[in-house]
Design a protein around this ligand. Structure first.
Ligand code: SF4
Length: 225
């Protein structure tokens, strides 16, 4: 159990479900142990999928999550929508209990009609050029537009400084990625605080929302269990 550290539900108590595998390879990724088996991210560490990944029946996951007795479950990754078919029975059961479900996604995979119908909130984080992948991989127009049409979707952009904000504006203009939340990149409380201060004024002036990375401020780069 933890709190949602980013975006519109910042600070809310929740349970986290982290799925393995990602179709991007952001160089500053803070969860490279979910996908980086060759040491491509900035850490240079090659993680072992044999140690990091395990298949668990959805009912077992459901029981574990419900045992936390929290009103919100956040599904993150990796890229969770790569496994959206397998997620369906779990999300169905959680929603039937009245539990809110948020899915953190990089915006490159469109959600199914069934997932949308279940009333999931999508926290979409399209990646900017500094993440390192080519634009054709990072930005999938049909997926971004489909996510933008889902009620409640929030678009959260990881930024290093105000120089990134024009790129965010261009993505918003092209693909309708509103409402925008600007979030500082950083794996230490100092980095997050410094970048948050630098980004604040211009984010507000542009009519966007601002979010910190609360879990980094509280727990640093420590990995959850
Ligand atoms: S999309 Fe997310 S999980 Fe995948 S590499 Fe980028 S930051 Fe990491």
């Amino acid at each position: 159990m933890t709190v949602q550290g980013e975006g519109p539900s910042l600070g809310r108590r929740c349970a986290f479900l982290r799925l393995g595998g990602c179709n991007l390879s952001c160089r500053w990724c803070d969860t490279p142990y979910t996908w980086d088996w060759t040491g491509r991210s900035d850490t240079g560490v090659a993680h072992d999928p044999g140690k990091e990944l395990r298949a668990v029946p959805w009912r077992e996951v459901y029981e574990e999550l419900r045992a936390f007795a929290v009103p919100l479950v956040v599904v993150s990754g990796g890229e969770p929508l790569n496994q959206q078919k397998r997620l369906l029975p779990l999300v169905r059961a959680l929603r039937a209990d009245g539990c809110l479900v948020e899915i953190e996604t990089n915006g490159t995979v469109a959600p199914s009609a069934e997932l949308i119908r279940l009333g999931v909130r999508f926290n979409v984080s399209p990646k900017l050029a500094h993440a390192g992948d080519p634009a054709t991989r990072r930005l999938v127009p049909d997926a971004l537009r489909a996510l933008a049409e889902v009620p409640g979707t929030a678009f959260k952009f990881v930024c290093r400084g105000t120089a990134d904000l024009d790129e965010v504006a261009e993505i918003e203009r092209r693909y309708g990625t509103s409402p925008v939340w600007i979030m500082p990149e950083g794996r230490t409380a100092d980095d997050v605080e410094r970048r948050l201060s630098a980004l604040g004024d211009e984010t507000v002036a542009r009519g966007w929302n601002l979010t910190t990375r609360l879990h980094v401020a509280v727990w640093g780069d420590r990995r959850g269990v």
